[in-house]
Design a protein around this ligand. Sequence first.
Ligand SMILES: [Zn+2]
Length: 252
Amino acid sequence: MNALSFLLVTAVLLSACPAVVAGKADHPAKLMAHFGALQGGVGKKNIDKVKIISGPAPVEMLNDKSPGQVWQASLGTVKFKITIQDATRVRIEECFERLQKLPPAYRAILPIVSEGDKAGLALYAKLGGAAAHGSQDYLNVVPTAGAQVILHEAGHILEQRVTSVRPDTLERWKKAIADDKVSVSAYGDQVAHEDLAEFSLVYAACLDAGAARLAELQKMSPKRFALWADILKTAPTLPPPQKKGHAGKRGK
Ligand SMILES: [Zn+2]
């Protein structure tokens, strides 16, 4: 990714969580900057394409009951929903490229946010100034939010799924941050679950860039690396939590 793209991605991510932008300017952004140039290449080797299984069917958007359309779709082996608010005027085909860029290991987020009455990938014209909101209950994005934004939200989705059975996950992540003694980004410095989401994006970029870059990330942030690899592997194997707890409500 070139410098401009990196700045744009950073700006988009910052806009996703405006409440945590301020402060910590003295804490240098390390991993995101170090590996930021890789992000433009995310998904270039992927060959699977999104296919529409059925739809559209009219639906009320979960956020505000406004009119929208929902489709059932597939990508590789995963099946999921795409919901588009009519006000966006976005054609469903415009969603495909960003999804096709997700590393296969990250596609598990799509069925998770499509369970039961959830809306899957949901496009809204506006999200109160944010680019996206992600939790294991929803993946809401604005029309301009690209693959990098989704890869950040993937961190929230997968962490929350694992936290539902391992409530100490974020405490372990805080310890990993302290042990690794390196920052992912100024944005992530604000709070542990955002650090994790930022790491999700950096890991995805390294995953697509090949074994050497992945090994480099592992060397620079070994505790986060091990914990995130475990979350990425474990989350898709877990069923939805029976009761919505705190973790199910958090997300941005
Ligand atoms: Zn976030």
